[in-house]
Design a protein around this ligand. Structure first.
Ligand SMILES: NC(=O)c1ccc[n+]([C@@H]2O[C@H](COP(=O)([O-])OP(=O)(O)OC[C@H]3O[C@@H](n4cnc5c(N)ncnc54)[C@H](O)[C@@H]3O)[C@@H](O)[C@H]2O)c1
Length: 272
């Protein structure tokens, strides 16, 4: 991993949405590979959406503690809302103060709300979906890329989680789908701008992956069991969070520097 000058230091990652699900699995894998990991999340106890009546909820403070514990001594919890650029900047400043820079950034935070067709979707749902799923990635990139550009040699890795929804229109989830499509465009432009800097930016598009968000999607579609989504994948089963995490680990630590601006589908052959 990147070292500043001749000084040896331990590499560090920032992972948003790290309290649960895919983000927690990414954090654990990166810690196992020897990175310090700043686990960023917004527990539902502190979120403005605590009273939201839809099926999806933020993770809890206990979830964040458990995900941090899975990382052992290399896990460092941070409470921040990815919609708040000042809060994210504060996290990055703390990470840089302790570890010198940022080597790996994974934007896994995502929220889900819907249940109505687009023409009946209210302003709050639209704003929440766009701000949490798209503006959050924009804020994270703005807070971290300047730090990655500061070090020499430059080997920073930025990975954002989009969704199979970015390729296939999902009914009753138009705001979420629009935001995830935006993440794909954002990452492609970012990679073009990073060009020959040595820093790469890529997106990963998961298909139906076991966990709270998929359960919430099932509830929106009136399914009693999210297992029914397995029929939409050619592999005939749900994807495990660790399968997405292992792809992200590879992108962050093993993939060649030539792999940038890509959108990698880990969707089990999603057919929509
Ligand atoms: N599970 C799936 O089937 C699936 C499919 C495609 C894409 N994805 C995407 O993968 C990512 C991880 O999904 P998951 O299944 O682990 O979902 P999840 O709901 O279990 O985890 C999402 C995490 O993001 C956090 N979060 C949400 N809004 C936040 C905010 N404003 N600030 C900080 N943290 C915030 C939540 O508290 C939660 O811990 C998300 O971006 C999701 O949209 C998931």
């Amino acid at each position: 991993m990147a070292t500043e000058g001749t000084e040896q230091r331990e590499p560090v990652a920032i992972v948003t949405g790290a309290a649960r699900g895919i983000g927690a699995a990414v954090a654990a894998r990166l810690a196992d590979r020897g990175l310090h990991v700043a686990l960023v999340d917004l527990p539902h106890e502190l979120s403005a959406e605590a009273a939201h009546t839809g099926p999806w909820r933020h993770a809890s403070g206990t979830d964040l503690d458990a995900a941090t514990a899975r990382c052992g001594a290399r896990g460092h919890p941070h409470v921040a809302d990815v919609r708040d650029p000042v809060a994210l900047r504060r996290v990055v400043d703390e990470v840089v103060a302790h570890h010198g820079t940022v080597d790996v950034v994974v934007a896994a935070a995502g929220a889900q709300a819907g249940g109505a067709p687009l023409w009946e979707t209210d302003d709050d749902t639209w704003r929440w979906m766009v701000e949490a799923n798209l503006t959050g990635v924009f804020n994270l990139a703005r807070a971290t890329i300047p730090e990655m550009l500061r070090v020499s040699p430059r080997r920073g890795r930025f990975v954002a989680i989009a969704s199979a929804a970015a390729h296939t229109g999902l009914p009753l989830l138009s705001a979420y789908t629009a935001a995830k499509s935006g993440v794909v465009g954002l990452v492609r432009s970012l990679a073009a701008e990073l060009g020959d800097t040595g820093i790469t930016a890529n997106a990963v598009c998961p298909g139906s992956t076991r966990g709270h968000m998929l359960d919430a999607s099932g509830a929106i579609y009136g399914l009693t069991d999210a297992q029914a989504f397995a029929e939409q994948a050619r592999i005939g089963r749900l994807i495990e969070p660790d399968e997405i995490a292992s792809t992200i680990e590879w992108l962050c630590l093993d993939a060649p520097g030539a792999l940038t601006g890509e959108v990698i589908d880990v969707d089990g052959g999603f057919r929509g």
